[in-house]
Each structure stands twice: as structure tokens, then as C-alpha cells.
Design a protein around this ligand. Structure first.
Ligand SMILES: *Cc1c(COP(=O)(O)O)cnc(C)c1O
Length: 387
């Protein structure tokens, strides 16, 4: 086994384990140690590791057509676009490979629309704590304090206001404003949900001021919150939605979905070598078919209630903080206990969890995690707090 990390550009602190195999809710390292995985590639592996439907979609499509050309249509591309449209309030789709790229598309479309229909309006209101990716434009859109001083000069035109503060959004709107962009639940900030009143208020504000409402559902989309898309909990109708993570279920696939009334790209404005790649689209279709199968989301909501109740009980037992989130995107405020230390201890005990903040644990298991596996995770956590 290769243990030499020197050939990689270091971009993040990583544990020394070498992962060699994944199966459902478990990951295995080169020493044969198994881990119950509640990170799942960062809320990516919709059906866990190496699900049979993904293996089948990959094998069949790999033997049929891997890459026609971004200049040609292919069948998985059309099927996936039509299925996404059928299950959402949107009419048209553009595919890419990462969440950041999908968001770049949304930013570009909003600016194009502003140029054509709003006298060159280009400013996009985004939120403190928001996360939209790591390209230069999406980093500029982020409200992550650590990004503020990096890679100056940033892409201009992003106005940041406090999350869940409708008055602040209203005050930030001027003639040059073209859109408002947010995550229905801020994931990287520590699982902070937008309130229903805030989302509905934003929709009204956008209508009244002729602004586009953009929801970044890269983390919340594809069943993660217990509905197919998080916006569906609130009865709102955004103009643009972006998807990535769970859409590919582990392969690089992202999408921008739009209302046809704002469709305004000219030929040449947008594209990408891997846009609509049939191999990735075939997997996306397998994920979407699984999550929209009858009863699937009921089970997600059942597991969510179980995990929520278990975390709540731990919080009571050990005097911790609140439980937050929706569906299988949940967080526990660990109060005085350092969440980063807990993450390390959990890994040693065979449980993979994430700490988006020093006092917050985030749980993003496979959507098909079993009742017994959630019970197992809660028992390991209990042991950690007990120490
Ligand atoms: C992960 C994430 C992104 C970035 O996606 P990449 O595929 O890493 O580019 C953007 N927005 C949200 C809400 C995310 O969670």
C-alpha cells in the first residue's frame, strides 16, 4: 500500500487511514477496520457506498456510451433532465460536474438576465455563513468569515447580509440588485435552517422588486431533508435551483434548474466539456429513481425522527445544546465539549462524523441507513460522551 502523501498538494488536514472499500453505510480501511459512515462523502452518497443500482447504471452505461460530446444530445442526459423537471417546479436544466460550477451557472444566468431585463442590474444578495463553493466567484458569494481576506480582489457584486433577517435583505436592495441567493439550510455553517417565514418573505420581496430567487440545494436536494427538494417544505417557487452532492450519489454531477420565463443564455454563454456526460447522467437517473420510489422518503423521515430523538436524549443526558436540521441533515450542539476532539475519538471507535464548527457535530448518513445502524451510531456517541 502507498503511504507516501508527499506527491499530493496539501489542502486540508486528513487522517492517515487509507480507505479501500465501501459498502452501504460502512467504509473499510487498509488495516481491515470498519467504520459506520455518517459523513458519506459529505452528504453525497445518497444510497451509501457502492449501491447496486449505481454499479448497474455505471456498468451498463460504460459498455454503451461514456462520452458522445458536449456538442451532441444523448439519452441519459434527456431522461435525467426530463425527470428532474417532472419532479420540480422548474422547466429547464443545465448539467455540470460540481456544486460550485452549478452555482457559477446560476450567477452567470442572473447577470445575463439583469443585463437583458433589468438595465444591467448585477448585484446578488447572499448571506453571512453561506457556502456556495470554491471557485473565485462562488468564494466571493460565500459568507464564510475565513474566506473574507483570501484571493483578493474577489469577484465584485455580492452583498452579504445576516441570515434569516428579512429587514436586512430589504435594506440591501437597490437598482443594481438582480437576485437573492441562499441555502435553505446552511450546511457548512453548522446546519442552520432558514425559517419558513424568512423564505416566504424572501419570495414576496423578490416578486415586489423584480429579483430572481436562487436556492442552492447542493447539500439539501435529492431527499436529504425528507422531501425531494428543501424548497418544497415551504411552498415557495424559486426561479433557480442548483443541485450537486446527492444528485450523483458519489459521482461528479451537478445541475442548475430554472424557470423557463427567465431562460436567457445566448449560444456560447454557458457550456462545459463534461456537461451532460451520459455516464454521470445515467447514475443521476438511478439516484433520482431510487429517491422518488414510493415509500422511500417516508423511511428517510422515520430515520430522521429516530436520530433526532436519540440526539435529543444524549443532549439531555449530558447537558449538551440543541438539535437542529431536517431529514437526515442534522446537527447537535455539543456545548462545552470540543466537537473536533469528538470527531477524532469517534473515528477511533469506528464512527465517522463531521464537525462544521468547534461546538457542532453534523450527521449526514446515507438516506437508506437502517434503524439498527442509527442505533449503533447513537450507542457509540453515548460511549464518547460517557468517557
Ligand atoms: C458542497 C457545497 C457546494 C460546493 O459544491 P462542490 O461540488 O464542492 O463544488 C456549494 N453549495 C453548497 C450548499 C454545498 O454544500
Amino acid at each position: 500500500m502507498h503511504r507516501d502523501f508527499a506527491a499530493l498538494i496539501p489542502v486540508a488536514k486528513k487522517p492517515k487511514q487509507l480507505f479501500v472499500k465501501g459498502q452501504g453505510s460502512y467504509l473499510f480501511d487498509s488495516q481491515g477496520q470498519s467504520y459506520l459512515d455518517l459523513i458519506q462523502g459529505w452528504a453525497v452518497n445518497t444510497l451509501g457506498h457502492c449501491p447496486a443500482v449505481m454499479q448497474q447504471a455505471l456498468a451498463e452505461q460504460a459498455a454503451t456510451l461514456v462520452n458522445a460530446s458536449p456538442g451532441f444530445y444523448n439519452e441519459p442526459l434527456l431522461k435525467l433532465a426530463n425527470t428532474l423537471v417532472a419532479h420540480s417546479v422548474f422547466d429547464q436544466v443545465f448539467f455540470a460536474s460540481s456544486g460550485a460550477e452549478a452555482n457559477e451557472g446560476a450567477i452567470k444566468l442572473a447577470r445575463r438576465w439583469g443585463e437583458k431585463h433589468k438595465k444591467g442590474a448585477f448585484k446578488i444578495i447572499t448571506f453571512e455563513g453561506g457556502f456556495h463553493g470554491r471557485t473565485l466567484a462562488t468564494m466571493s458569494a460565500c459568507g464564510k468569515p475565513a474566506f473574507e481576506k483570501l484571493f483578493e480582489p474577489k469577484v465584485p457584486g455580492f452583498i452579504k447580509v445576516p441570515f434569516n433577517d428579512l429587514a436586512a435583505v430589504k435594506a440591501a436592495i437597490d437598482d443594481a440588485t438582480v437576485a437573492v441567493m441562499l441555502e435553505p439550510i446552511q450546511g457548512e455553517a453548522g446546519v442552520i435552517p432558514a425559517t419558513a417565514a424568512f423564505l416566504r418573505g424572501l419570495q414576496q420581496l423578490c416578486e415586489a422588486n423584480n429579483l430572481l430567487l436562487i436556492v442552492d440545494e447542493v447539500q439539501t436536494g435529492i431527499g436529504r431533508t425528507g422531501k425531494l427538494f428543501a424548497y418544497q417544505h415551504h411552498g415557495i417557487k424559486p426561479h433557480i435551483m442548483t443541485l450537486a452532492k446527492g444528485l450523483g450519489g458519489g459521482v461528479p454531477l451537478s445541475a442548475m434548474l430554472i424557470d423557463k420565463t427567465i431562460s436567457c443564455f445566448e449560444y456560447g454563454d454557458q457550456g462545459g466539456t463534461f456537461s451532460g456526460n451520459p455516464l454521470m447522467c445515467a447514475v443521476g437517473l438511478a439516484m433520482l429513481n431510487a429517491v422518488t420510489a414510493p415509500g422511500f422518503l417516508d423511511e428517510v423521515n422515520e430515520r430522521s425522527r429516530q436520530l433526532w430523538a436519540g440526539l435529543e436524549a444524549l443532549s439531555q443526558k449530558y447537558g449538551l445544546g440543541e438539535v437542529r436540521g431536517q431529514g437526515l441533515l442534522l446537527a447537535l450542539n455539543t456545548g462545552e465539549v470540543n466537537a473536533n476532539v469528538l470527531v477524532e475519538k469517534a473515528m477511533a471507535a469506528g464512527l465517522l462524523i463531521n464537525a462544521p464548527r468547534p461546538n457542532t457535530l453534523r450527521f449526514m448518513p446515507a438516506l437508506n441507513i437502517s434503524e439498527a445502524q442509527i442505533a449503533e451510531a447513537l450507542a457509540i456517541l453515548d460511549g464518547l460522551f460517557h468517557q
